[in-house]
Design a binder for this molecule. Structure first.
Ligand code: ADP
Ligand code: MG
Length: 358
């Protein structure tokens, strides 16, 4: 889950995710035939594919979910690792399609378990690369790599400051329990629409803005150059998209400074500013999530924002635990009042990333 730094990853920028206690368990065993059997505890029907037919596009329609699993196996094979026929079972309690990276949790777990079985040692960086290759090249989702980095490097009691150009990761103290704070996650259950097309459109706008500004990526435009950039860009849409990315990178680095100084509640206003920017400039929020943010703030959150790629998904708020309980009830009431679907709220603290069980 991302604390701050949204839609910055594919701009070579900065983001600040954490791993949540929810996760995906992957169990892998060798089978005699050269096939990949895929079972999900969250799906009725298993999927089987011959290893020889394991190519991008091989799984579609009703079996499309299994591409997330198959992609990690495919990426390992593409990198020259020899794998036997496999049976892979996954079981996840990460809400699916809510912007909490259920796909990355799954891909990282499967890649780590399969590599383990095959006696392949993968560094954490390689594991991120395998899971990302799975999502980008096998599933065909042009995501920016933040989710896989967060899943693998997740560190209990810390958030991760990620530089998405160098792919370096710095753990920063974010020990909510010790501070008497919590992150409330509100899954808005808002229906996703046009997600793929809109995401690709945002990416294309950012690339076009970088081109017009003569930089490799929007990461290369600092806050000091914001005004000049606004003059150079040739459309209002590009100005808004670029303004979000430029200010979001700055907010993320500012949040890192505050966390280094132990000033966790002071991060709150940056979270809220991030939301406003994502809502008004990047235009990826939806009324349900905006309402959740509004209610979280009304219940005394230090800050609140949409998290994940947007177009639905979750709001998060930084609160004291007693406030969080009241806010969860408040959000539910506000949603009912507007006739929205019933949201699901739960608190999280930073947890450990991909690891071997048992
Ligand atoms: P997010 O990563 O925000 O949850 P994505 O759209 O990136 O949303 O990934 C969600 C997709 O991942 C699902 O549509 C499904 O294909 C796959 N997925 C995730 N978890 C599971 C699971 N436990 N069983 C089967 N498929 C899953
Ligand atoms: Mg995902």
């Amino acid at each position: 889950m991302n604390l701050i730094g949204e839609h910055t990853d594919y701009n070579d920028g900065f983001c600040m995710p954490l791993a949540i206690p929810q996760g995906c368990d992957a169990t892998v065993s060798a089978v005699d035939d050269p096939v990949l059997e895929i079972v999900s505890a969250q799906r009725d029907r298993p999927v089987e594919v011959e290893l020889a037919r394991l190519k991008p596009g091989a799984l579609s329609g009703e079996d499309a979910w299994a591409a997330y699993v198959a992609g990690s196996i495919w990426a390992l094979i593409e990198r020259g690792h020899e794998l036997p026929g496999l049976s892979v079972t996954i079981d996840s309690d990460v809400p699916v399609g809510a912007g909490l990276s259920s796909s990355a949790a799954l891909q990282c777990a499967v890649a780590a378990a399969a590599a383990d079985l095959a006696g392949v040692h993968l560094s954490r960086e390689e594991l991120v690369a395998v899971a990302r290759q799975s999502e980008n090249d096998f599933v065909g989702a042009p995501t920016g790599g933040l989710d896989q980095l967060a899943s693998v490097f997740g560190d209990a009691g810390h958030v991760l400051l990620c530089d998405m150009r160098s792919l370096s990761v710095e753990s920063l103290p974010f020990d909510l329990d010790a501070l008497g704070l919590t992150l409330l996650v509100v899954d808005s259950k808002a229906p996703h629409q046009l997600v793929d097309g809109a995401y690709a459109e945002r990416r294309a706008s950012c690339e076009e803005a970088a081109r017009q500004l003569g930089v490799r990526a929007l990461r290369d435009v600092g806050l000091d150059d914001l005004e000049a950039a606004m003059v150079t860009l040739d459309s209002e849409v590009l100005r808004k998209r670029a303004r979000h990315v430029i200010t979001e990178n700055d907010r993320t680095l500012a949040a890192a400074e505050l966390l280094r100084a132990g000033q966790v509640p002071a991060v709150g206003p940056l979270l809220t500013a991030s939301h406003v920017s994502l809502r008004d400039d990047f235009e990826v929020s939806v009324p349900e999530v905006d309402l959740a943010v509004e209610v979280l703030l009304a219940f005394g959150a230090y800050g609140a924002r949409i998290t994940g790629g947007g177009f639905g998904g979750c709001a998060i708020g930084l609160l004291e635990p007693a406030q969080a309980r009241a806010a969860a009830i408040g959000v539910e009431g506000a949603f009912a009042g507007r006739g929205y679907a019933t949201p699901a709220s739960f608190t999280v603290t930073p947890a450990r990333g991909t690891h071997r069980l048992g």
